[in-house]
Design a protein around this ligand. Sequence first.
Ligand SMILES: Cc1ncc(C[n+]2csc(CCOP(=O)(O)OP(=O)(O)O)c2C)c(N)n1
Ligand SMILES: C=C(O[C@H]1C=C[C@H](C(=O)CCC(=O)O)[C@@H](C(=O)O)[C@@H]1O)C(=O)O
Ligand SMILES: [Mg+2]
Length: 544
Amino acid sequence: MTADATALARATIELLLRSGVRELVLAPGSRNAPLAFAAADAAEAGVLRLHTRIDERSAAFLALGLTRAGARAAVTCTSGTAVANLHPAVLEAVHAGVGLVVLSADRPTRLAGTSANQTTEQPGIFGPLVPTRDVAVIGDLPDLLPWARVGLDAPVHLNLRFDDPLTPTDRWTPAPPAAVADQLAPAPAEGPLLDPSVPTVVVAGDDAGPPPRRLAEAAGWPLFAEPSSGSRTGRNALRCYRLLLGAGEEWADSPVGEIRRVVVAGHPTLSRPVQRLLARPDVEVLDLDDAGRFARPFAVSAHVRGARVDPDAALPDPDASPWLARWREADRAVARRLDALLAAEPALTPWEVAGAVARAVEPGALLVVGPSSPIRDLDLMLHGYEVGARRKVMANRGLAGIDGVLSTAIGAALARSHSTRAIALVGDVTFLHDAGGLVLGPDEPRPDLTIVVANDDGGSIFATLEQGDPRYGDRFERLFATPHGVDLASLCAATRTPYARAESLPELEQLLASPNGGLEVVEARIGRADRRELDARIRALTPG
Ligand SMILES: Cc1ncc(C[n+]2csc(CCOP(=O)(O)OP(=O)(O)O)c2C)c(N)n1
Ligand SMILES: C=C(O[C@H]1C=C[C@H](C(=O)CCC(=O)O)[C@@H](C(=O)O)[C@@H]1O)C(=O)O
Ligand SMILES: [Mg+2]
């Protein structure tokens, strides 16, 4: 028995509204027409913001970006292959712990398992990581989504079975939703006391938040914070931690070998030196996150959420910790050498592009950074921002896919409307992978967002990996770099996206300092032929 499609759609929209959803991304179809009309009614009533996108991949990443930036968003599409196109964003949401609501429209139960048009097995389509609530009647709808209580940190999939007639006979005004008070995560109970005299470093991976920074500052420990950690602020965050770890004990007075403990938080993914450190048998790893947040690929000695410095052992002035001073001095020295190396390069380098973007991220600004080289270049160029300046640096590090990054950035910029500035930094292959994200209809909400494309005509990161070894030179370009020769100006013209090009650092800085307003693309033309050699010279830098 299937409910009246319009009644089911309207009940679904009211459920979402009661659960705090205020953004709905629609990829048009016939089977999800009941939801489309109900969502349009809710939008006209001013209780929901509606977005439409042609490509379900972009639609789902747009909803992901909206959600990551603090909105509550749902995405809906018709039945069949459309649903499968939501999968990349849903997987990213699973591994990044993002509560995305997926509303797939489906044929009525009587057609399930038949070869009726656009009919496949949709319950469980996203695999065991994302259970499906199959909804044929209003009573199948879950009660208030978990959001409204304690906040969702995993995607929810509702498979809505709509039967003909799929179109309404009237307009509708949803019941005005009660405000859903954001249930702030309860402050962690006071965790164990830690002795600051143990040679310790703090690693903050993606989405770690402020706790690792606070602990590092209270203890006088160096902080290795990835750009999207939410901890890359303050004086303990080292800029070139990756180079110091990579150089190991190959430099005078290196403290690397003296590390006896790592406190880790968030999802560290960027660099092998950090992964190697976390795997060292002589290093104890304490996890600052809850046990259930991330399954770790390294041994964890204890979960220490809420950990504090033992007041009986606390330093009178942690900022003057000798251990921290050694790391800071080494970081300053290797950073000077990195800057000198880059300044000696005749052409614009990807690291200088990342540095210019980092400097353009003013207090209150949003930065969405793509995977591959851009986030790693930023990691080497980013000083710790001042604490409390409310910058937000975001990246899809759940699975580090190059897909959907433009749509994620557009969603985040639309959701974080209080941002003083919104910038995205992506590589060219990443840009092309979601170029469809620039296809916005004439009535679509548009963000103020500057998308900076570090264009080296291919995937340069591969040059820095094993497959970039000269022994594979005859096959590297075709198998890995994938040069494309796409004219980004023409591609932007095709989507009526304002475009500008920078060939030098001053040109780039000038363009970053004078945003058009609205959605715009700034292409930074860079080379790739010397990437492996430059990367090797940078990795070889030591403090002295
Ligand atoms: C969806 C997806 N496909 C493929 C990959 C593998 N991959 C990782 S980086 C990369 C190339 C990225 O090139 P670009 O965006 O230009 O960045 P660059 O390293 O050149 O700066 C690819 C294909 C991936 N991570 N995700
Ligand atoms: C290109 C892919 O992802 C790889 C990107 C870089 C990782 C890496 O080793 C960076 C080295 C460093 O900066 O220390 C590499 C890895 O984790 O081993 C990733 O696989 C890809 O297609 O997966
Ligand atoms: Mg590239």
